[in-house]
Design a protein around this ligand. Structure first.
Ligand code: PMP
Length: 350
């Protein structure tokens, strides 16, 4: 009683498992295995709790300005959310009428579909293999897709679409395109220049502190795009959506680009040798520009390998379903964690 029809029917998003035990190898939610910048530790240690008596800056001016400077944009072009998940949820309220739809690549981040269900609007998947295909784009128009979420690099595949293809898509698309670049710091290039270009009317690039900055627990994400679209997001968000501690710690992280880049370089180095090893052992590995790989095991079904690893306290991610169920998504951890995983896989196969 009292619960809306759409919520009664809703299949809630299921986040990756957060095991309680400490001695596990956790490679299931694409977290960074290295600590955040020491400048974050310093800011937190010196944070005056007296500041919590008051509400935080509702417009996160300092953080917003630092992010704008980082990408060469006007601060009015930057929005910050309680994780990029909140940015997505605010966007779903801002850019989609009740009779319109949300589109995304398929397969992609499964939260998008849940967001459409919460809004009680349709979700339309653009098959990954057809993402460069104009005929498929036409269908999005017919089905009244007004917000398209293009994950790049994609998840869970890790694969990368050239910014030129995304730009061509955005030029033809009549609604708002959010390029979800949660993993773009691990890629060779990105769509930021498209978001900050002067002629851009409908493309927003979204980023997060959860992956490359090692701050998944802080819950800060942000996006940059045309001023009018960003202003609309501000109208819809909760008044105080980013808490004072999160604003201060994220600001310290932005100011230490060298730390973030060094961690990213370590992860990419590990990814390179780890992929070589998997391929040598007979796995089919999709080319990854992320901090994870999406790979098909050679001998046993992915589901069985997932379960066998879990028994050994090694957590990777398994997504059942026709497009994803034959592979595992494995986050790139430290070299030691990846060696443990490879040793366990060898024992499982024996
Ligand atoms: N986008 C993608 C593609 C993701 O994989 C994730 C993490 N699950 C997010 C957005 C959300 O990240 P956060 O809310 O931690 O910023």
């Amino acid at each position: 009683m009292g619960i809306t029809r759409s919520v009664r029917r809703l299949a809630a998003y299921v986040p990756g498992e957060q095991p309680k035990a400490r001695r596990v190898v956790k490679l299931n939610t694409n977290e960074n295995p290295y600590p955040p910048s020491p400048r974050c530790t310093e800011v937190l240690a010196r944070f005056d709790l007296e500041r919590l008596r008051r509400y935080p800056d509702p417009e996160f001016a300092a953080l917003r300005t630092a992010l704008a400077r980082l990408v060469g944009a006007d601060p009015e072009c930057v929005f910050v959310g309680n994780g990029s998940d909140e940015v997505l949820s605010v966007a779903a309220k801002t850019f989609v009428e009740n009779d319109e739809a949300i589109g995304s690549l398929d397969p992609s981040y499964s939260l998008y579909r849940t967001l459409a269900a919460i809004r009680d609007v349709k979700w339309v998947g653009l098959p990954l293999e057809a993402s460069g295909d104009r005929g498929a784009w036409e269908e999005l128009k017919e089905r009244r897709v007004s917000l398209f979420l293009w994950t790049n690099p994609n998840a869970p595949t890790g694969t990368f679409a050239e910014p030129a293809a995304i730009a061509a898509f955005a030029r033809r698309f009549r609604g708002v395109v959010i390029v979800d670049e949660a993993y773009a710091d691990f890629s060779r290039t990105n769509c930021l220049p498209l978001a900050t270009a002067s002629g851009n009317r409908n493309l927003i690039v979204m980023r997060t502190f959860s992956k490359s900055y090692s701050l998944a627990g802080l819950r800060v994400g942000w996006c940059v795009g045309p001023k009018d679209l960003i202003a609309a997001l501000y109208k819809v968000k909760d008044s105080y959506n980013v808490d004072a501690i999160a604003q201060a710690v994220a600001l310290a992280a932005v100011r230490d680009q060298a730390w973030m880049k060094a961690n990213v370089a370590k992860v990419v180095r590990t990814r390179t040798w780890f992929v070589e090893r998997l391929v040598r052992d007979g796995w089919d590995v999709l080319p990854s520009e992320s901090n994870f790989v999406f790979a098909r095991p050679p001998h046993a079904p992915a589901r069985d390998v997932f379960a066998a690893l879990r028994e050994r306290s090694i957590f990777v991610r398994y997504f059942p379903g026709p497009k994803t169920g034959d592979r595992l998504r494995i986050t790139i951890g430290t070299d030691a964690q990846m060696r443990k995983l490879l040793a366990a896989l060898k024992r499982i196969a024996a």
